[in-house]
Design a binder for this molecule. Structure first.
Ligand code: LHQ
Length: 261
């Protein structure tokens, strides 16, 4: 069905695999379109409880396909348009998903490829992976939300340094800096990913979606506004079957069986 990505749905988990390994899964026009189609499919499936974004081959994603970006003689490029119809649209779709999204960073994540990963809710990376804010290496500014996320994740000093200097950040450092959730030895990556996905997909999905949304909104809200939001979201969580199950399981001294409802 797709040329540049794979969408696999297994039980309650959707996996989008970026699949142009010979280009380190760099995004071309087709991939932008197919990635968005896949995100829309996931958004419209009420049975899903988690999504994974992975990369085929040795890399996660090398950002924009620079082969498509050779400046044409006498023609001015409009990179703003590429962002508007490509990454910006995709990232808005990604953030609007009501299920948690895991980035499985199996190898290098560069430019907007690092951006895709760092826009996910949980980032698990192989120890050998690197995150490269490659933009300034080719005369561009960080996009895909990186000027927004990076200072919030790792502080302004480090964000400025790695974006202005294009310094690669290895996965271990990324974990220490709080840029990603977790870095694991390459040999343990598949097992760690399976465990993380199973765990997330069996937790109370509606609450997780509300947590995701509340965390995103917290960056722009005052404490007062956020207290109001917590009141409203807790009200919603309190009406779920998973809350009833959580409390019942606690009183019966057994593990809860959440259904995501
Ligand atoms: C690639 C790419 C690539 C094509 C590796 N494209 N082929 C937004 C809006 C509009 C326009 C512009 O951009 C943006 C946002 C962005 O994403 S800007 C940043 C774009 N990305 C980059 O600048 C990263 C470019 N790639 C690299 O610096 C290196 O390839 C990294 C550090 C990612 C990996 O290095 P290596 O592990 O040494 O691999 P390699 O360089 O040998 O790459 C393997 C192949 O993949 C190679 O092809 P070849 O035919 O020689 O085997 C590369 O040409 C190809 N490739 N990235 N972005």
């Amino acid at each position: 069905m797709f040329e540049t990505i794979e969408l696999n749905i297994s039980g309650a988990v959707a996996t989008i695999t970026l699949n142009r390994p010979e280009r380190l899964n760099a995004f071309n026009k087709t991939m932008h379109r197919e990635f968005q189609q896949a995100l829309e499919t996931v958004a419209n499936n009420d049975f899903l409880r988690a999504m994974v974004i992975a990369g085929a081959g040795r890399g996660f994603c090398a950002g924009q396909d620079l082969g498509e970006r050779q400046p044409e003689k006498g023609k001015k490029p409009d990179l703003g348009e590429t962002l508007e119809v490509g990454y910006n649209k995709s990232l808005r779709l990604l953030h609007a998903l009501k299920i948690p999204v895991i980035a499985a960073v199996n190898g290098v994540a560069a430019g907007a490829g690092a951006g895709i990963a760092l826009n996910c809710d949980l980032v698990l990376a192989k120890k050998s992976a690197r995150f490269i804010q490659a933009f300034s290496n080719i005369g561009l500014i960080p996009d895909s939300g990186m000027t927004w996320h990076l200072p919030r994740l790792i502080g302004s000093a480090r964000a400025r340094a790695i974006t202005m200097l294009g310094i690669p950040v290895d996965a271990e450092t990324a974990e220490q800096w709080g840029m990603i959730y977790r870095c694991v030895d390459d040999a343990d990556f598949d097992q760690a990913l399976t465990e993380l996905v199973d765990n997330v997909a069996n937790r109370p999905t509606i609450a997780l979606g509300l947590i995701k949304d509340a965390m995103q909104k917290s960056w722009n809200n005052s404490l007062d506004e956020q207290l109001d939001l917590e009141r409203d979201y807790q009200r919603i969580a309190g009406l779920t079957l998973d809350f009833a199950e959580g409390v019942t399981a606690f009183s019966e001294k057994r593990p809860p069986v959440f259904e995501g409802r």
